[in-house]
Ligand binder design. Structure first.
Ligand code: AMP
Ligand code: MG
Length: 521
């Protein structure tokens, strides 16, 4: 890990001249130096070996005490300058001012196989951006971030990654449900990895403060390393930059909708400039298909970040980014055009993605209607999204509607609702669907094979993560490893893990951590 010497971020961007670790407003700087807090009794719980390999970190080194010390913040790698990034953000639709890495400390950059990776310790203690909080993270939220970021990667969803999950040996005080009941929990650190942790809010902060000089420096830096194909530092390249960020954001959200992932806190400080899923907090997975669902208790009332609203919020956030870049471009029209195109492109990409999910690989003008009807009927029987789409691939062209319903029925949470008009609606839907499938040139086997590449068999259901957390809390980390292994091949049949291909058990319906989560982490 001594290759952490390449440090473009700290070398090329302005540094906060104050070096004390005191909370403050940091002006005209992209980062502040910050040293991770010493941990009292660190313990490595899990290492993502594939991620380590990608970084060029050897198995031998992972086994050393030095590795443990580095990923838990006790050892600062020679010549590296750990730091926290300055950013702002719109939270729940309102400008929140300076936020920044309040509990994430960047170790530096590794370049391996021409790919730049930033390493960051989440939960490593206070920084100038910690505001009123402690800079720490607890085991439950760390297990969730660790498992989910890797699971998303294997699902093919653009995401930040994780290298390791550790306990700090320290206790952390949290009010998990925000109901006045504080309790100590085990402290933990995830070593996160990403080509960049820059967010929309990284740019917004300078624009809001009218510090266009730093804004320009940061945009030029981003272009140099992440959009090198764009012409250098001109208005035209800034417009193109915005266009590409828009496209990447759209692609990411299409993937979220495809796998049923609900981010939960799509504030602009949680949207990556590279279109990566970032900051796994009170996220969740759709179980019963429901566009109105949000996992985040803080958002219970307005449901701003509900599943069905993610594309709109993506666009809303892009508007904020466009506003931030405007001072460098001084022409609203091209930005507005890009934002307009997002709407059209989203519609087209969504249709394409949904066609693939139901196994239609040619186009028909009535497909939108067919898919809309499906989204309605899925909710009538409270249908498990993951199970439904996977079981749909087992249907044959020549099945009767009744036979098709029997095949997908295990995905219903309320099979008793399958009567009267609901039954008729399902029968009608399958009659239309089967007719449509009969016009496809693919055989049943070929269609199934293609469908199974876009419809995962296994996702990190909310209750699964909670089971792993409950065991880990008792000192048993086996389920973390089991889920990690399972989710490395989410599209494959894994007979020994068939127990995870099932609906959420009833006990988990309203259990904390299994259905709704607070931001407390
Ligand atoms: P989030 O909604 O988790 O993305 O966090 C929003 C902001 O709060 C970011 O600036 C975080 O760094 C900060 N934050 C969240 N939790 C903590 C914590 N325990 N200590 C310090 N800062 C925190
Ligand atoms: Mg965040």
């Amino acid at each position: 890990m001594n290759r952490l010497l390449q440090d473009t971020f700290t070398k090329e961007l302005p540094q906060d001249p104050t070096v004390e670790n005191t909370r403050r407003q940091v002006e005209k700087a992209c980062y502040s130096l910050a040293t991770p807090k010493k941990t009292s009794n660190p313990k490595l719980l899990h290492v993502a070996t594939e991620m380590a390999e990608t970084l060029g970190i050897s198995k031998e080194f992972i086994g050393t005490h030095e590795f443990l010390e580095i990923v838990t913040g006790n050892k600062v790698i020679e010549k590296s300058k750990p730091y926290a990034m300055c950013y702002g953000g719109h939270q729940f639709g309102h400008w929140a001012g300076q936020l920044g890495d309040g509990r994430a400390i960047n170790l530096g950059e590794i370049v391996q196989d021409n790919q730049r990776w930033f390493l960051q310790l989440k939960g490593a203690g206070e920084t100038p951006y910690s505001r009123t909080a402690d800079g720490l993270a607890v085991l439950r939220s760390s297990v969730r971030e660790y498992l989910c970021s890797e699971a998303m990667f294997y699902l093919g969803v653009p995401t930040t990654r994780a290298l390791s999950l550790s306990l700090t040996g320290d206790q952390v005080l949290r009010d998990m449900l925000y109901d006045g009941h504080q309790a100590y929990e085990k402290g933990a650190i995830v070593c996160r990895v990403a080509p960049s942790f820059l967010r929309f809010g990284s740019f917004e902060i300078f624009s809001v403060r009218q510090d266009y000089k730093t804004l320009k420096t940061l945009v030029n830096y981003t272009l140099k390393y992440y959009y090198p194909h764009l012409p250098k530092n001109s208005k035209a390249s800034y417009i193109q930059f915005f266009k590409e960020v828009t496209e990447r954001t759209l692609t990411m959200i299409i993937h979220w909708q495809r796998v049923g992932f609900v981010h939960g806190v799509m504030n602009t400080d949680n949207l990556s400039i590279l279109g990566l899923t970032i900051d796994y907090g009170p996220y969740g997975w759709l179980e019963g298909y429901d566009p109105e669902w949000t996992p985040n208790t803080t958002d219970r009332q307005h449901k701003r970040y509900r599943y069905g609203n993610q594309p709109n919020i993506g666009l809303w956030n892009l508007y904020q980014l466009a506003n931030s870049l405007y001072p460098l471009i001084e022409d609203a029209e091209p930005l507005e055009e890009i934002l307009e195109d997002y709407k059209t492109n989203y519609g087209l990409s969504y249709l394409e993605m949904m066609r693939a999910k139901v196994g239609l690989f040619s186009k028909h003008e009535l497909d939108s209607e067919l898919l809309e009807a499906l989204e309605t009927v899925l909710q009538k029987t409270e249908t498990d999204m993951t199970l439904f789409f996977r079981l749909l691939s087992t249907i044959h062209k020549n099945d009767t509607p009744a036979a098709a319903i029997t095949k997908i029925k295990p995905s219903f949470y309320t099979p008793s609702a399958l009567k009267g008009t609901v039954l008729t609606r399902w029968e009608t839907w399958f009659t239309n669907y089967l007719k449509r499938v009969q016009n496809e040139s693919l055989s049943d086997v070929e269609r199934q094979e293609k469908m199974n590449k876009v419809n995962p068999k296994y996702v990190l259901r909310n209750y699964m993560a909670q089971l792993a957390i409950d065991k880990a809390d008792e000192g048993d980390y086996s389920l973390i490893d089991e889920l990690y292994t399972l989710l490395k091949n989410p599209y494959d049949e894994q007979p020994s893990y068939e127990k995870w291909f099932c609906k959420r058990p009833e006990w988990a319906r309203n259990k904390v951590g299994c259905s709704m989560l607070s931001c407390s982490s």
